[in-house]
Ligand binder design. Structure first.
Ligand code: HAM
Length: 439
């Protein structure tokens, strides 16, 4: 190929017309299920001030440290006739943006619990591999608000987890494992932090250089490390007893588990699941798919009450998750078979004299809600029929010299071969014949 041909940027994909129906199917299914749990769509910008992500996901998270895709700094009006340069970054996830918008728009004054969802691209400057992209897409849901009674929060956690698995099941995915854990209250989480530090102190030198750094900056991330040596060290840390968990947090977690069982949501407990982003507390969960290789997380989420106040907002509860669409498509490649898009009718004209009438017919039929197309090329009947077949049309509306003279069209069902003759000016009769499939 010539040097002058551009390639798709590394770590990104074109979604081609042959693949787009699959994406639409996934998105429509997700939308329908999210609506059935009363989630409303929110669309935030694809970029934000970089500090928003640093403050929410954590300065020391891999995403913030290594994966931010930044934009040239832009002047932004700060009010008071002052302009300041701000650093912007493409959003690596949706939660921070949704919380920013929640705060900006004073959602807490409007409703007790805001159930919000988003579907769209996220950007992380990761080393691309199967299932790991630089532009990927998430289906995310966040439930934020001052409304819920403290005692009922476990129900919301269970509903949120059930919602994430409901979407996967509706997409034909059954071979996934839902892992859950609790970090407990902020006090419990702080105790767990100290406990982990204590347990790891003697093993620092056995850890990878990244984890040696993490030991000083954020010890939780060591549990997320995929490095074999680090895993060997962390797998020996006993976390089962959860001695660091306070009583109320333990009761909270117990309730979430019993609700999931009641709701028939299968789960396994993973005491080592802590999640790589700073904002979590209490319930955390991750869903891993079979046959996905090293990038096997289909989705993940958890509770993050403190993030809203950390970003300058009101004291509210918050929980959410995000599923990765590309990974869902990889995992469901064999089961997802959305119907190919169908054209109702393909108009066939055999000479230039008939083209204007055929073009007009297609226009009129579209105005009646019929999906119609026409070949912008005069060609033989055989070649036109091939185009009609390729377009997946149910009918061909043939307009040859005879039909033009008689003021009719021949409507041919391309599946059965049956055909009828109808007046070209009677779009209603043509529409009727197409929609009721009388032939
Ligand atoms: P996360 O675990 O960073 O969480 O990402 C959620 C999902 O996005 C992953 O499980 C995976 O399916 C997909 N994903 C992440 N990075 C990539 C990538 N580079 N390529 C392909 N897919 C990827 C979050 O983003 C949190 N905001 C989830 C959340 C919402 N927590 C509370 N609310």
């Amino acid at each position: 190929m010539s040097d002058s041909i551009f390639s798709v940027p590394r770590g990104t994909n074109d979604v081609l017309p042959s693949e787009a129906p699959l994406w639409q199917f996934v998105e429509q299914k997700a939308r329908a299920i999210l609506a059935s749990y009363n989630y409303k769509e929110i669309r935030t910008p694809f970029f934000e001030e970089i500090d928003l992500f640093a403050r929410s996901m954590g300065q020391t998270s891999d995403v913030v440290q290594k994966q931010m895709l930044t934009l040239n700094s832009q002047k932004q009006n700060t009010g008071k006739d002052k302009e300041e340069s701000v650093e912007l970054a493409l959003r690596p996830e949706g939660t921070a943006s949704v919380v920013r918008s929640y705060i900006n728009n004073r959602f807490d004054k409007i409703e007790g619990l805001s159930k919000l969802f988003y579907i769209g691209p996220m950007f992380r400057g990761e080393r691309p591999q199967k299932g790991r992209l630089r532009q990927f897409h998430q289906i995310g849901a966040e439930a934020i608000g001052p409304g819920p009674d403290e005692a009922l929060l476990p129900y919301l956690d269970a509903e949120m987890i059930a919602l994430s698995t409901h979407i996967l099941k509706a997409l034909g995915l059954n071979q996934f494992i839902l892992k859950i854990n609790t970090l407990g209250s902020l006090e419990s989480k702080a105790k767990l932090y100290e406990y982990l530090k204590g347990q790891l102190t003697a093993h620092i030198t056995a850890l990878c250089p990244d984890c040696q750094n993490r030991f000083h900056k954020n010890v939780f991330r060591i549990l997320d490390c995929k490095n074999r040596e680090c895993k060997a060290v962390t797998s020996k840390i006993g976390l089962e007893g959860r001695a660091w968990l306070d009583e109320a947090s333990a009761a909270y977690y117990k309730k979430v588990k019993s609700l999931l069982t009641d709701m028939n949501v299968a789960f396994v407990e993973d005491t080592h699941l802590v999640r790589g982003l700073d904002y979590y507390m209490h319930t955390v969960f991750e869903i891993s798919g079979a046959s996905l290789g090293s990038q096997d997380a289909l989705g993940a989420g958890g509770r993050y009450n403190k993030l809203v106040t950390d970003l300058g907002g009101p004291q509210v509860s918050a929980i959410g998750f995000a599923l990765g669409i590309e990974r869902i498509l990889l995992a469901a490649a064999d089961t997802l078979k959305p119907e190919a898009s169908v054209l109702d009718v393909f108009v066939i004209v055999l000479d230039e004299a008939a083209f204007a009438a055929g073009f007009n017919l297609a226009t009129q039929l579209r105005n009646h809600g019929i999906r119609a197309d026409i070949n912008f090329k005069i060609a033989s009947m055989k070649s036109q029929m091939r185009s009609a077949d390729k377009s997946n049309a149910v009918y061909a509306a043939i307009l040859g010299a005879d039909e033009l003279k008689a003021g009719t069209i021949t409507l041919k069902n391309l599946k059965t071969g049956n055909q009828v003759s109808l007046p070209i000016s009677d779009e209603k009769a043509i529409k009727e014949a197409i929609l009721t499939r009388t032939d």
